[in-house]
Unconditional design. Structure first.
Length: 295
């Protein structure tokens, strides 16, 4: 295999379509920091590095753990490195641990320059990243994946980004965290809705499997609605410019239409893409509005 092919394979294994879930909370948290007159550029960049490292680390860890369990042997979605047999489990595990370690390094610097108790939060995030599908009793197989995503890629990521810059937890950052967290959960629900047949067969009890096809579709719609409502709350607390986040509404409508149509399998891959884009546009609009309102 050529170097170019190998690089492309690793990039695909990092699941680029999920990376908006790492960028969006840092954007929103930084917007809240700007509105609170506490913007700190280098800490925002460290928070971004931390978030991206954890997201990529989680993706590789999930690839490794599901691959060695045989969960990804027969799947509909994008390529998995271990499940496809193209990369050895050991190499994917090393990549996962490497990115998680890089995230830990960013976290230590942020804790050292903000508050050492953040190490406890960081430790919990690392543990959650690995045990999502790894370890003897992964919580991702017990319908708790969405809870973890909401907590760590919503509440912790957004509020934490604001806190390391301002030294305080603000109401607007909490409202933004709820909105961003709901959309991060929607990405996971879209992914697991698509995988209900194969996850059921392999014994992976995601929340979508537990709720069933209809329940998972309803949950997806509810999460998007929660995010849009949270944007209105954030605007009411800060500036109506924050409603620029609603520029993401057309994407929300398009994704909801596909989910509501009963689409299955590969037809849901587009929903996963649109859900990631929805979260990124939502957070970008919210951030832009908070920055404009602070001028």
């Amino acid at each position: 295999m050529s170097t170019r092919s190998t690089t492309k394979l690793w990039i695909e294994g990092a699941r680029p379509r999920t990376l908006p879930a790492a960028v969006a909370p840092v954007l929103a948290g930084t917007g809240a920091a700007v509105h609170a007159d506490g913007f700190d550029g280098w800490k925002a960049l460290l928070a971004l590095g931390l978030s991206l490292s954890l997201q990529i680390g989680v993706n590789y860890a999930n690839d490794y753990s599901d691959g060695v369990r045989g969960t990804d042997t027969d799947r509909v979605g994008p390529l998995r490195l271990v499940g496809s047999g193209l990369v050895s489990p050991g190499k994917v595990k090393a990549a996962a641990l490497g990115f998680l370690a890089l995230g830990a390094l960013f976290g230590v610097v942020l804790a050292a320059t903000t508050s050492w108790w953040l190490l406890l939060v960081g430790g919990a995030a690392l543990l959650a990243a690995w045990t999502y599908t790894g370890g003897p009793n992964p919580y991702g197989y017990r319908a708790l994946g969405e809870v973890s995503v909401f907590v760590f890629f919503g509440l912790v990521a957004v509020v934490g980004t604001t806190f390391v810059q301002t030294g305080s937890i603000t109401a607007p950052s909490v409202a933004a965290a709820i909105g961003v967290g709901a959309l991060a959960c929607a990405i996971l629900v879209a992914n697991n809705l698509r995988d209900i047949p194969t996850d059921t067969e392999s014994g992976k009890r995601t929340l979508a499997v537990v709720l069933g096809d209809r329940g998972a579709r309803r949950l997806y719609v509810a999460l998007v609605q929660v995010a849009l409502f949270a944007a209105v709350v954030c605007a009411a607390l800060t500036t109506w410019w924050a409603l620029l986040s609603l520029a993401a509404a057309p994407l929300a409508v398009r994704a909801i239409r596909v989910v509501g149509s009963g689409a299955t399998g590969r037809d849901l891959v587009a929903v996963l893409r649109d859900s990631g884009l929805l979260e990124l546009v939502y957070a970008t609009g919210l951030t832009a509005g908070l920055v404009i309102g602070a001028l």
